[in-house]
Design a protein around this ligand. Structure first.
Ligand code: 6PG
Length: 247
């Protein structure tokens, strides 16, 4: 738990740099799954501004997204646009290693389900054959948490949070605008080595406490976001304020 949102973002950025450096030491290439939202983007900005930033060999980082707002290419609200402005345009990332989810109005026109199916094929094409799900090795998968417990673009009481087969889904009628999105499903999220849920502010205290208190993913999707080897909750004091003392 960190005193303020600013400190949370800076601490998460420092952790992320270290995690990527360690993954590259072990595997040569590190893979990260990015998220949208204020906190997720603030962490990328802190990475950009970190003096340790270029300890990461950015040319050997694979970048994926956990979800995307289904908007035209370059739209300022797209998670990809915001990640490029916050970090990717400032480091020597290899373009062929940046795997963005398709925009609307492109090759899939306005068909988010087709865009989702294509992203599932992208993940399958780079999947490790050692795992039982068709996604590549994700060293760290970043997530935010919504006020009603959503994570990525998986919202409570929807068929998407209950998906057990597909790795990527087109999401419709989202309560958080824009209404149409593309999202990894919980099985895909759970395939990551590490899942980091990062959130700040008093409005997130209830869903954070519910998720850590045993809520069902259908009710609090963030409760289903677990890594194979590690699940980290990176919170500021306000977001942690409803947790039992001593958590
Ligand atoms: C999105 C995000 C979403 C976000 C949460 C938290 O595309 O909007 O993927 O899951 O992370 O809504 O957003 P804030 O950090 O802005 O509260």
């Amino acid at each position: 738990m960190h005193a303020t949102g600013e400190l949370l973002a800076a601490a998460a950025a420092a952790r992320l740099i270290t995690r990527l450096v360690d993954a590259q030491a072990a595997y040569g290439v590190a893979s990260v799954v990015l998220t949208g939202g204020r906190t997720g983007i603030a962490v990328l900005e802190q990475v950009r501004d970190s003096p340790a930033r270029d300890a990461v060999d950015w040319a050997n980082v694979e970048v994926f997204w956990g979800d995307e707002r289904f908007l035209p290419n370059g739209h300022p609200d797209r998670n990809e646009t915001q990640a490029r402005r916050a970090l990717l345009d400032h480091v020597g990332i290899s373009p062929e290693r940046v795997h963005a989810m398709a925009p609307s109005g492109g090759r899939f026109d306005d068909d988010a389900d087709a865009a989702a199916a294509h992203y599932a094929e992208v993940l399958a094409a780079t999947a490790e054959h050692s795992t039982d799900i068709a996604v590549p090795h994700f060293d760290v998968l970043l997530l935010g948490v919504g006020e009603e417990g959503h994570t990525a673009s998986l919202f409570p009481d929807t068929p998407y949070v209950q998906e057990t087969e597909r790795t990527v889904v087109g999401v419709h009628d989202c309560p958080k605008p824009p209404p149409t999105r593309v999202s990894l499903t919980l099985p895909a999220i759970q395939a990551a080595d590490e899942v980091w849920l990062m959130t700040t502010g008093a409005a997130k205290a209830k869903p954070v406490a519910a998720a850590l208190g045993g809520a069902k993913p259908v009710d609090i999707p963030a409760a289903g976001a677990r890594g194979r080897h590690r699940t980290l909750w990176l919170l500021d004091a306000e977001a942690a304020s409803a947790l039992p003392t001593g958590s």
